[in-house]
Each structure stands twice: as structure tokens, then as C-alpha cells.
Design a protein around this ligand. Structure first.
Ligand SMILES: NC(=O)c1ccc[n+]([C@@H]2O[C@H](COP(=O)([O-])OP(=O)(O)OC[C@H]3O[C@@H](n4cnc5c(N)ncnc54)[C@H](O)[C@@H]3O)[C@@H](O)[C@H]2O)c1
Length: 452
């Protein structure tokens, strides 16, 4: 099928490459000229494991452009995957979505086109996009009338495992009020739904992915599913962090408590690891947007609000723990291991490291940091903060009064801890992710503490 993807960020590029790999003819469009130029030259502007290999395989079916007139006419499916960043009120900024919808509306031809909201958009956006497309269609110079339907197809991929999540998703959700739209998207996704494609060697099919459930529903329900899913995952993390606070007081081991809870099949083990809390471009933004939407209907969502408050408190607990250990922070040197909001991505949006670094700098701390992948991006986007970036974890440790594990990159699990201990002024490690081996670190002569 002929597909256009608007926005070549983490979601749009992954979707485009996967659909191209499955044999669809895909035009990926972005208004950021530097991204288009890089992609045309085979360079990927983000870090995502295996994306380079899959892009290479999909290349014969991919076209990168900045021109709507090139990408839209003749496309049977147009995915809108532009950013919907938060505004100070909590409601998402829909400027990019409206710009994209208007441009798509101006360039659709008279063949039936399904325009799909893949961006995470507030409830009611399907109807809104439809009206934007219709208005734009009316102002076309060639006088033709576009035939289109709007669908919602929320994205559930996780950065770091985005390709795996796209090829072997837990489910595909499609919201559409027009049956023709559902039919088109069913055809598009059929190789994934039936798992009929040959799996790439570097992304083997998991045994459980024999057939992928399709949930077809109305527009509003699909839109709410995305927000509700993210809110639920966020509150699961905040729940274990809240229990962690109590565990610490009563002398219980929160890692064991999390395991004990998670073995209950009704609860499940994932997202039950205590620590410095969530970050990233989705949970904060989407919980805020959900609360803002509820507010428009005169409703409060106290559970979601509490999840956000607990998450904020976890960041403060890092400073509290450091104060507990070091007594005075002013004039200290503290090292952060990891900057990305989670391992296997270079994404720094709402990364806990940024917030923690700023809190420490505000207290007169000299902050050093390392990240195996996100360091260059950090330098470009947050260089002005004054964090001293180092080439290795050992270099960070040099002269430090404390090290904080912020992102649980695998590289940090097997550091030469004896060497790290020797380099530190005060051999103390605060493990913000319950990821390090307490015994190993203690044997190496480090004092070890977790956030729980
Ligand atoms: N990143 C994730 O893990 C994830 C997961 C699920 C859902 N989502 C949602 O998907 C959407 C996209 O997220 P992302 O992380 O890929 O964002 P991103 O910022 O990485 O990418 C957005 C891209 O859209 C481009 N763009 C903006 N306006 C445009 C326009 N008018 N026309 C063409 N291109 C335009 C930007 O240049 C950018 O390259 C958001 O709504 C997000 O909430 C993200």
C-alpha cells in the first residue's frame, strides 16, 4: 500500500521503517530539513537499537521528503506522528498537529485516504482533525473534493525496543467511525496481525507473538485507551515508590516486596521497580493531558494526580539521601551515571538526570556526568547548565563525593568498582534504579544506598 508518515521522530521514523520493511511504499515527511537530509544520506538522527539495519532493508520502499505535494497525493494511508509536547497548563500543544492536518488536507487527491492520528492527542482530536482536513480541502485550487476518513491508531512503542514493539506489539488499537477506514488499516497491518512476515535475524519473533490482537473501536475510545494506558503504567511506578518509602521506615526490602507483588498474575512484575521515578516524553505529558481533559469536564482524577506528586517527590529524595550521607552539599562534587531518561535511547525529554543535576547545581554542587549515548545530545540541548561531561564512568568518579546511578545502562552494572572506589574522594554510590549489585560494590569498598 502507499503510505505517508508526517513526522520522522521516534514514532514516525520507526513506523515508516517497519511499514517499508513489510513491503509498503512509504513516504516519510518532516519539516525539519536537517532530518530529511540526514535520512536521505542514510544517517539516523536518533538512537534506536537495530534501526540502522532495518532502515537498510527497507530502503527500496522508503522516500524521505519535506514536501507535502510529493508525499500526500495518492497515499492510501497518512499517519500523523508529529510531536504533541506539553504546555504549562498541562494540555498538549496541538500546533504541530493542526499544521500537519492543514497541509495534508490541501494535498489529498480524490482517491479515498485514511488519515490516522498516531500522535498522542486529546480526546476529540479525531473530530477536530477531520474538520481541519475538510476546511483545508475546501480551499484547494484544483476544485477537487477529497474523499477521506479519520482514524486513531495510538502508538504504544517504548524507546529502546521500538522496533520490537512495532513488529510484535501486544495489541493494535484502531478507532474509526467509518468502516472503510478500518478495512484499509486492517489490510495495512495484516502482516503484523497474522505475523506472516519473515522476522529479521536481529529482531527474532518472540514465541508468544503468534497472532496480535486487534481492538477496533470508536475514535474517542481509542484516544482514551492511550492516555489511560500511560496513566496506569505511571501510577504502577508511583505505587511501588510510595510503598518503598514505607518499606524503608519499617526495614523491609522494596526489591523483594516488588517481586512478591508482581508474581501475582493479576498484577504482573513489570513497572514495579522502585527508584527515582519515571521520566521521558510520555508519562509526564500524558498524565498532565489526561488531568487537563478531565478538568474540561469538571472532573478531578485524584489517583493520576497522586501518581504525579509521588514522582516529583522521588526526585527530592535523591537530594535528601545525598544530604543524609554528605551532610553538606555546597562545594561537593557529585557524579551522575546516565543522562537519558532510560537505557537504550538518546532521548532526554523530561529525563530525571536534568532535574537532579539542576537541584544539585542550585545547592552549590559541582556536577559531573556520563552517558554512553545521550552525552552529545545533552551537550547540545543542555550544555548551558554547566554539567561537566566525562568520557567514562571512571572519569566521572575521579574526585567525587558521591555517584548517583540515574540511568541503568548495562555498561554501568559491570564497572571495575575497585577502581571506581579508589578514584572517589568519598566512596559512596546512590543507586537510583536498584540496578547494581550491593555485595559487589560493598566488597569493592563502596558504601551503597538505594532510593526506596
Ligand atoms: N516517543 C515515544 O516513545 C512515543 C510513544 C508513543 C507515542 N508517542 C507520541 O507520538 C507523537 C510523536 O512523538 P515522537 O517522540 O516521535 O516526537 P518527536 O519530537 O521525536 O518527532 C516529531 C517530529 O515531527 C516533526 N514535525 C513537527 N511538525 C511537523 C509538521 N507540521 N509536518 C511534518 N513534520 C513535523 C518534527 O520535526 C519531528 O521530527 C507524540 O504525540 C508522542 O506523545 C511517542
Amino acid at each position: 500500500m502507499r503510505v505517508a508518515i508526517i513526522g520522522t521522530g521516534y514514532v514516525g521514523l520507526t513506523t515508516g521503517v517497519c511499514l517499508g520493511f513489510l513491503g509498503h511504499s512509504v513516504s516519510c515527511l518532516d519539516t525539519d530539513e536537517s532530518k530529511v537530509k540526514a535520512l536521505r544520506a542514510g544517517r539516523i538522527p536518533i538512537f534506536e537499537p537495530n534501526l540502522e539495519e532495518l532502515l537498510e532493508e527497507a530502503t527500496p520502499n522508503l522516500n524521505f521528503t519535506g514536501n507535502y505535494a510529493e508525499a500526500i497525493p495518492g497515499a492510501e494511508v497518512v499517519f500523523i506522528a508529529v510531536g504533541t509536547p506539553p504546555t504549562p497548563s498541562g494540555a498538549p500543544n496541538l500546533e504541530y498537529l493542526s499544521q500537519a492536518a492543514r497541509c495534508v488536507g490541501q494535498h489529498m487527491n480524490s482517491e479515498f485516504t485514511v488519515v490516522v492520528n498516531k500522535s498522542t492527542v486529546p480526546i476529540g482530536s479525531g473530530n477536530w482533525v477531520e474538520s481541519l482536513l475538510r476546511d483545508a480541502g475546501e480551499h484547494r485550487t484544483d476544485g477537487s473534493t477529497p474523499d477521506f476518513a479519520v482514524a486513531s491508531n495510538p502508538e504504544f512503542l517504548r524507546e529502546g525496543t521500538a522496533l520490537h514493539d512495532s513488529l510484535y506489539p501486544d495489541r493494535i488499537v484502531i478507532g474509526a467511525d467509518e468502516p472503510r477506514a478500518l478495512e484499509v488499516l486492517y489490510t495495512l497491518y495484516r502482516p503484523i496481525l497474522d505475523q506472516t512476515f519473515t522476522a529479521p535475524t536481529y529482531l527474532p519473533r518472540p514465541e508468544t507473538a503468534m497472532a496480535v490482537p486487534l481492538l477496533s473501536t470508536d475514535l474517542a475510545s481509542a484516544e482514551l485507551i492511550k492516555y489511560a494506558a500511560n496513566a496506569f503504567l505511571a501510577l504502577k511506578i508511583s505505587f511501588i515508590n510510595e510503598i518503598g518509602l514505607l518499606a524503608e521506615r519499617v526495614g523491609a526490602n522494596i526489591a523483594e516486596v516488588g517481586r512478591g507483588i508482581g508474581l501475582d498474575s493479576r498484577i504482573g512484575p513489570r513497572f514495579l521497580s522502585a527508584g527515582i521515578g519515571w521520566g521521558g516524553s510520555c508519562f509526564g505529558k500524558d498524565t498532565a493531558a489526561l488531568i487537563a481533559t478531565a478538568g474540561e469536564y469538571g472532573l478531578h482524577l485524584p489517583i493520576v494526580e497522586a501518581a504525579r506528586k509521588v514522582n516529583t517527590r522521588q526526585r527530592d529524595r535523591v537530594v535528601e539521601k545525598l544530604l543524609q550521607e554528605l551532610k553538606i552539599l555546597k562545594g561537593r562534587t557529585i557524579g551522575l551515571l546516565g543522562l537519558a531518561f532510560k537505557p537504550n535511547t538518546d532521548d532526554l525529554r523530561e529525563a530525571p538526570a536534568i532535574e537532579i543535576a539542576q537541584k544539585l547545581i542550585d545547592r552549590g554542587v559541582r556536577v559531573k556526568a556520563h552517558d554512553p549515548i545521550a552525552q552529545d545530545r545533552f551537550d547540545r540541548e543542555h550544555g548551558a547548565m554547566g554539567v561537566h561531561l566525562c568520557n567514562s564512568a571512571c572519569e566521572v568518579a575521579e574526585g567525587c563525593d558521591a555517584l548517583v546511578l540515574v540511568t541503568e545502562w548495562n555498561d554501568y552494572r559491570d564497572l571495575e568498582w575497585e577502581l571506581v572506589a579508589k578514584k572517589m574522594r568519598n566512596p559512596f554510590v546512590l543507586d537510583g534504579r536498584h540496578a547494581l549489585d550491593r555485595e559487589k560494590l560493598t566488597r569493592a569498598g563502596l558504601r551503597y544506598m538505594t532510593i526506596s
